[in-house]
Design a protein around this ligand. Structure first.
Ligand code: EPU
Length: 357
């Protein structure tokens, strides 16, 4: 059933794979220059425990790096960078209610999604083509085209970076929010830099039901005349929509959406619509409204504008791009200028989505 061994192996090499003064440029999808004083490749749980027990690295601050698709490096990294390369994917259980599938944290997310579909276990098709690793998926609770990771989440394994203990966490402990989780949070209950995700398990409900509510997918349905698409068709549609709108990080450096879509009160939303009737807004269950940050940025005239080699993508202004050779400082300067103009015109503070280092 699976092309990989059923139980992913933790047989790590006898010593840690450590590199000093390692360039991170190839390890972040923005292609930003930064150097890690120490970079350790993590191939399994045993490697994490070796780091924890290490006389020098054990107590040092840590920075966990997955696919580098949601990070903006503005400087060199002094913390010990743990580059997660844990592989393996398998079907954990199959019941009348669901397929439970598991990925090593270092597996490429999109390849994992494609693999589940090829095995006949649908449910992740709306999340196709999101850059990054499976281990990073719960960190920012990835979401696209009407599905958020937390809706498919079963549990994850992580190693505590202080005690070296392995734990299995359920959804509640992960504190999922919109593009947020405990793994991005500091302080009480926050796990940022404290816990390294090793494996992620997803629950794919049976019978499969398509999620087609998102406007772009409704359009595809109308365009193609396919009223009841199968999972593979939805996968293809999502890939086509993303390719048309979002820059491919392999070609043009970027970290996906740079800002979160802001949530405002009904009163604030009405107020803005009074001045700008075209405002793109979506009602939420609690009576508040989510605004399209792309629209706000577009309305301020930012499409295609640049600071040095950092620019606003011309097809989706929520995405900032590296035109080649940009520094993290240029990206952050551009982001601040966008925040100021959106605040000046709409009174809304846009919050960055990626982790800024
Ligand atoms: N829009 C404009 N001008 C543009 C482009 C878009 O006004 O040039 C408006 C349109 O009205 C459009 C609306 O913005 O309907 C929303 O755009 P889109 O449907 O592309 O989605 P988004 O809200 O900009 C979010 C996620 C994406 C995810 C898409 C699809 C966030 C921060 N971003 O973008 O996630 O792929 O929905 O579900 O929630 C990511 O997180 O990195 C990411 C790419």
């Amino acid at each position: 059933m699976s092309e990989q061994p059923p139980a992913p192996s933790d047989a790590a090499p006898p010593a840690l794979d450590v590199q000093t003064r390692a360039s991170l440029r190839g390890f972040n999808t923005f292609g930003l220059p930064a150097v890690a004083a120490t970079l350790v490749r993590i191939a399994g749980e045993a490697d994490v425990r070796r780091v924890v027990d290490h006389p020098q690295y054990g107590r040092a601050p840590k920075f966990i790096l997955g696919g580098g698709s949601n990070v903006v490096f503005t400087r060199d990294v002094e913390a010990v960078v743990l580059k997660v390369e844990i592989r393996g994917r398998r079907l954990v259980a199959e019941t009348p209610e669901a397929w439970i599938v598991e990925a090593g944290a270092g597996e490429n997310w999109h390849e994992f999604v494609a693999w589940t579909l090829a095995q006949g276990w649908p449910g992740l098709e709306n999340l196709a083509l999101i850059p990054g690793t499976a281990g990073a998926a719960p960190v920012q609770n990835i979401g696209a085209y009407g599905v958020e990771l937390e809706e498919r989440f079963e549990s994850l394994d992580a190693v505590d970076l202080v005690t070296g203990r392995s734990v299995t966490l359920q959804a509640a402990a992960c504190r999922f929010g919109y593009r947020d989780s405990a793994f991005k949070q500091q302080g009480f209950g926050g796990l940022a830099g404290k816990s390294l995700i090793t494996r992620v398990r997803l629950r794919l409900p049976r019978p499969w039901r398509p999620v087609l509510g998102y406007l772009d997918l409704a359009r595809k349905r109308a365009e193609t005349g396919i009223d009841a698409p199968d999972p593979g068709t939805i996968f293809d549609w999502v890939c086509a929509i993303r390719r048309a709108k979002l820059p491919d990080p392999a070609v043009t450096g970027n970290a996906g959406s740079f800002f979160k879509n802001p949530v405002v009160s009904a009163e604030q939303c009405r107020d803005i619509i009074g001045r700008d009737p075209a405002l793109v807004h979506y009602p939420l269950a609690d009576g508040s409204f989510k605004l399209a940050a792309a629209w706000l940025i577009d309305a301020c005239g930012w499409k295609g504008k640049a600071v040095g080699r950092a620019a606003v993508h011309d097809k989706q202004p929520l995405v900032l791009v590296n035109r080649g050779g940009a520094s993290g400082a240029e990206v952050v300067t551009l982001a601040r200028a966008i925040q100021e103009s959106v605040y000046g015109r709409f009174g809304i503070r846009l919050e960055p989505e990626p982790v800024i280092v």
